[in-house]
Ligand binder design. Structure first.
Ligand SMILES: Cc1cc2nc3c(=O)[nH]c(=O)nc-3n(C[C@H](O)[C@H](O)[C@H](O)COP(=O)(O)O)c2cc1C
Length: 226
C-alpha cells in the first residue's frame, strides 16, 4: 500500500474518543499546529464559518465550575435542539450499544442512575483534559450547511490531534449550556455553539479509554450505482 495511505488509515483508525486525560498541558506550539491543520478543512464555498474558542489554565477551571453549577440548577440553554428520543430504533440501537460499551468499561451498572449521572458530569469537567476547543457558528438559514462545515472542521481537528500524539473527544453535551459558556467567556450571543472538543494527552491506562466501539459494514451505509 502507498505509504501515505497506510499512515492515513492508521491515524483514522487509531483516533478514538478518549474520556480520561493526563493533567499535563499541551504546548502552545502544538496547539497552534493542530488549529492550523483544522483550518484547512473544506467548507461550503470556502466560507470557513467556524469561530473556535480554546480554553486552558484558570479559565478552563472557571468554565468547568460554571458548567457544573449550571447543570445543578438545570440551566440548560442549547442553541440547537437535540433529543435522542427522535432517533428511530436503527440509530437508537447503535447509541445504546455504544453507551453499554462505555458503562461496562467504567463498571457503571445500567440501573445505577446516580452512577450514570456522575459519568455524564465528567463531560462538564472536560474529562480531566487541560484544554477545550469550543466551536461556534453564525446562525444562517436552517443552519444545516454551516453545521456540515463545522463537522468537517471537527474531524480534521480530531485527526490532527491523533497525528500529533494527542487525543480528544467531541462533546455535544457542552453545547447544552451555551449561555453559560458565552457568559463565562464573554462571547456575543450572535454566535451559536454546536459542540466542544476536550483535548490533551490521553491516560492510555484508564478504564474509560479501554473500549472500542465498532462500525457497521459498508453495506449498511453505501450503495454503488453504475
Ligand atoms: C458531534 C459529536 C458529539 C459528541 N458528543 C459527545 C458527548 O457529549 N459526550 C460523549 O461522551 N461523547 C460524545 N461524542 C462521542 C461519540 O460517542 C463517539 O464519537 C462515538 O461513540 C464513536 O466512538 P469513537 O469516537 O471512539 O470512534 C460525540 C461525537 C460527535 C461526533
Amino acid at each position: 500500500m502507498h505509504q501515505q495511505a497506510e499512515a492515513f488509515g492508521q491515524i483514522v483508525r487509531s483516533r478514538r474518543s478518549m474520556r480520561e486525560f493526563l493533567p499535563e498541558p499541551v504546548s502552545p506550539g502544538l496547539i497552534t499546529a493542530v488549529l492550523d491543520d483544522a483550518q484547512q478543512a473544506p467548507s461550503n464555498c470556502n466560507t470557513q464559518p467556524w469561530q473556535v474558542h480554546v480554553v486552558s489554565g484558570s479559565k478552563r477551571d472557571e468554565l468547568a465550575a460554571a458548567l457544573i453549577e449550571a447543570d445543578a440548577r438545570g440551566a440548560f440553554s442549547p442553541d440547537y435542539y437535540f433529543d435522542m428520543s427522535d432517533y428511530p430504533e436503527l440509530y437508537a440501537g447503535r447509541a445504546k450499544s455504544s453507551a453499554k460499551a462505555r458503562y461496562d468499561a467504567i463498571q457503571v451498572d445500567r440501573d445505577d442512575a446516580a452512577g450514570r449521572h456522575k459519568a455524564m458530569q465528567l463531560n462538564l469537567e472536560f474529562f480531566g483534559a487541560p484544554h477545550v476547543a469550543l466551536l461556534f457558528m453564525p446562525p444562517l438559514g436552517d443552519s444545516v450547511r454551516v453545521a456540515s462545515d463545522m463537522g468537517m472542521y471537527g474531524q480534521t481537528f480530531l485527526l490532527s490531534l491523533t497525528a500529533h500524539g494527542l487525543a480528544g473527544i467531541p462533546q455535544t453535551l457542552l453545547g447544552m449550556y451555551a449561555d453559560t459558556v458565552r457568559a463565562t467567556l464573554g462571547i456575543d450571543p450572535q454566535w451559536k455553539m454546536l459542540f466542544g472538543i476536550s483535548f490533551g494527552y490521553a491516560d492510555r491506562l484508564a478504564a474509560a479509554n479501554n473500549m472500542v466501539v465498532g462500525r457497521i459494514p459498508l453495506t449498511g451505509s453505501v450503495t454503488f450505482h453504475q
